[in-house]
Design a protein around this ligand. Structure first.
Ligand code: FA5
Length: 346
């Protein structure tokens, strides 16, 4: 009986240590210590022994069962630890690869164009001036020699703002109002550029927007002539479009300059051949002229002593001409595929 107990102990130790999974260990537990296992047969046979033998064999049986149970428990603990490690390994998040980076944004083509235009003038010694987008009629019209019966003042062209107690407010139709505000705020000489947004009642098409951007330029000093204006515009056009692009200066009328002119650049779509966008091969880029003596006087400047030139350049037009954008409306549609093609962040 003791020999078979010894045999069962060895068989049990081997079976438990060889069990590779919890399920195998449980099967071994049944085979070694279960009710139908040889060990239990031995245990049941103890009753047939003499009382003295029963006692000593009973002790060996109890020790053997305890040893086997301990071996089984230890193996279970080992197998459970292995299973847990496997679970942790399966759940592991791999942080060793680089994450997906958000794509860096880029500057809007209008910002790029504005920065470039303003940079040209800062290099020429101008400073940047500002004015409000909601203007009164005097700064937007009267001071600029645009009398109350002028067609530009009708509701058809301008967008009026109705605020109680402010009967004559409107969204500025041109940045020229900043000319007036600048001259009112400082004595000559003046060398400024004023970038900003302007509003008109206009239907959008390939070269027009109802809300667009201008850079106003104003120079007032002693001895300023039309040659200064022309030389400045030539330098600016070259800086913005390079040597190859053709420009053309022609006469134009603006009530606040005399003489007035307009600068056009060959179309970005047809390079001057003529197409449905431009019609005759040219896209108008800016209006300009010598500051009207009446405007100088309206701002308290002495027109006998000072002369000046001014210009109003369309930033949206610069952007479409410079980047060869076929339709100005692309600038305001917010299509990320279009916008992502332009320059790095500031
Ligand atoms: C003016 O706004 C004058 N204030 C310019 C000026 C300033 C003349 C100083 C003399 C002295 P005009 O309406 O032509 O002029 O507009 C000037 C420029 O703004 C145009 O040459 C064009 O480049 C741009 N522009 C005009 N209308 C639009 C529009 N609807 N959409 C986009 N750009 C426009």
């Amino acid at each position: 009986m003791l020999r078979s107990l010894e045999r069962e102990r060895e068989r049990g130790f081997r079976a438990f240590s060889e069990a590779a999974t919890i399920a195998e260990l449980e099967a071994a537990q049944v085979a070694i210590l279960g009710r139908k296992a040889p060990f239990s047969d031995v245990q049941r046979a103890v009753g047939t022994l003499e009382p003295d033998d029963r006692k000593s064999v009973g002790r060996v049986i109890n020790e053997t069962r305890a040893d086997l149970q301990r071996a089984s428990d230890e193996r279970r603990a080992e197998l459970e630890a292995v299973a847990e490690d496997a679970l942790i390994a399966a759940d592991r998040v791999d942080l060793s690869l680089p994450g997906r980076r958000p794509r860096p944004g880029s500057l809007h083509p209008l910002s790029l164009a504005e920065d470039e235009i303003v940079d040209v003038f800062l290099r020429l010694g101008y400073r940047v001036a500002e004015g409000p987008e909601i203007e009164d009629e005097w700064h937007n019209f009267e001071a600029l020699n645009i009398p109350p019966d002028h067609p530009a003042r009708t509701m058809k062209d301008s967008i009026y703002v109705h605020l109680p107690g402010h009967p004559e407010l409107l969204l500025r139709t041109e940045t020229s109002s900043v000319q007036i505000r600048t001259m009112q705020s400082q004595p000559p000489p003046v060398y400024i550029v004023a970038p900003g947004r302007v509003y008109r009642r206009e239907t959008a098409d390939a070269t027009h927007l109802p809300v667009f951007h201008q850079v106003e330029g104003l120079v007032v000093d002693e001895g300023i002539t039309f040659a200064d204006l022309k030389g400045t515009l030539d330098a600016v056009a070259r800086a913005l479009f390079g040597q190859d692009r053709e420009t053309k200066l022609g006469p134009a009328f603006f009530p606040f300059v005399e003489p007035g002119a307009e600068l056009a650049v060959t179309c970005m779509r047809c390079d001057g051949a003529g197409c449905p966008v431009c019609g005759n091969g040219w896209i108008e880029l800016l209006g300009c002229g010598m500051v009207h003596p009446q405007v100088l006087e309206n701002c308290g400047y002495d027109p006998e002593r000072y002369t000046g030139f001014a210009f109003g350049l369309g930033i949206d037009r610069v952007a479409i001409l410079k980047y060869r954008i076929p339709d100005i409306r692309l600038l305001v549609e917010g299509d990320i595929r279009f916008l992502a093609q332009f320059g790095a962040s500031r």
